[in-house]
Design a protein around this ligand. Structure first.
Ligand code: MRU
Length: 353
């Protein structure tokens, strides 16, 4: 499996290393991040991306932001922690895992402070908490794989959109975990990877990752999904998610909604694979999910070449929302949520804040 990100060192002197995903598939280079500012830049520029990986990076980023603090004054410490977490929270708006991880770090620091812990003790606790978040992600992804593998049959064609693989998580993925687990249980599947305009996470990352694992993968343009379904090359769709509202509406990479519509038109099941920290039960429906708007240059100058006229108007939402009624099931580490509705979600997630 790929090691998407890793911490090297201790809580006071240490750094976050991650694969710079903007360089894939031609270069696999790790970069070292030493500050919250560097983590924020890496998240904004998609060097690290995918909802769970963003959350893990932000957890380590919080610690990086607190490394230089020497004051033992609890108020000064608290003020700094608020500034660092607010700053990281402004990196990207849609994936809820980011905010969930920052809240965990804030709660962790508050617990240590309540018990009179020193600045150093808080830092150590922040590292342990980030490593816990990282390890829990590994375990959740494996569990998602185990639940989801039963939904696939040998020799199926599976379409996926964007990258919800090892690169988007600690190492095993969510949507791709289902494919890895199916293959590990002896079921060969053929994957169709939507290239995922405008930033090509499907062509650059999913195709690279699956190829590394020897999984049969074919890249298609986003506009070809209906045709491959009509040709009966695909019997299931699996995507990841960036945020799931209480009613089961799913925000994921732009283009996911139209894949779900096309799957419904061809009577093909549309599965979403996501860990429990991707649910945002505070939001009644997907209408309330904030959708990130990204720079026009991603569309007009994708990958170095001008592809639209000078001065043209551009609209570039990075995510869309698939309504719950189009989602056949959500594969979560706690089990399969089907049908996708408020009460089934509540039942499966009960016990989770
Ligand atoms: O803009 P990105 O590349 O961060 O978008 C990622 C996605 O939409 C993924 O499908 C989602 O985060 C799930 S990753 C397990």
């Amino acid at each position: 499996m790929v090691e998407t990100l890793r911490w090297v060192g201790e809580s006071d002197v240490g750094s976050l290393w991650l694969i710079d995903q903007t360089l894939l598939p031609t270069e696999k280079i790790e970069i070292e991040l030493n500050s919250a500012e560097a983590v924020c830049e890496a998240i904004k520029s998609l060097r690290i991306r995918g909802a769970p990986a963003i959350g893990i990076a932000a957890a380590y980023g919080t610690l990086l932001g607190m490394q230089s603090v020497s004051s033992e004054d609890p108020d000064a410490w608290h003020a700094r922690l608020e500034r660092v977490t607010d700053y990281l929270a402004r990196s990207r708006p849609t994936a809820v895992n980011l905010f969930w991880a920052l809240d965990r770090q804030k709660e962790c620091a508050a617990r240590v402070r309540e018990h009179g812990g020193s600045t150093n003790a808080v830092r150590q606790a922040l590292l342990i908490e980030a490593q816990k978040i990282h390890q829990e992600d590994r375990e959740m992804c494996r569990a998602i794989g185990r639940w989801g593998a039963d939904l696939l049959e040998a020799n199926m064609g599976v379409l996926t959109h964007c990258n919800a693989g090892g690169l988007a998580t600690s190492d095993y993925g969510t949507a791709l975990a289902v494919i890895y687990a199916a293959e590990e249980s002896g079921k060969r599947v053929s994957v169709y990877a939507d290239e995922t305009r405008p930033l090509l996470q499907g062509a650059r990352l999913t195709a690279w990752e699956l190829q590394q694992h020897g999984v049969d993968v074919t890249v298609i343009c986003d506009s070809m999904a209906a045709q491959v379904m009509r040709e009966k090359k695909v019997q299931a769709v699996i995507t990841g998610a960036d945020r799931i509202a209480a009613n089961g509406d799913v925000a994921n990479k732009i283009g996911t909604y139209q894949v779900a519509l096309v799957a419904a038109a061809h009577d093909i099941p549309f599965y979403v694979a996501a860990p429990s920290n991707t649910f945002d039960l505070a939001l009644a429906s997907g209408e309330q999910i904030p959708i990130e708007q990204r720079d026009r240059s991603e569309i007009t100058h994708g990958f170095g070449r001008q592809t639209a006229p000078d001065g043209i108007q551009v609209y570039n939402p990075a995510f869309d929302v698939t309504p719950a009624h189009l989602v056949t099931a959500i594969i979560c580490e706690r089990g399969i949520i089907r049908p996708v509705n408020r009460s089934q979600i509540k039942k499966t997630l009960s016990g989770i804040k």
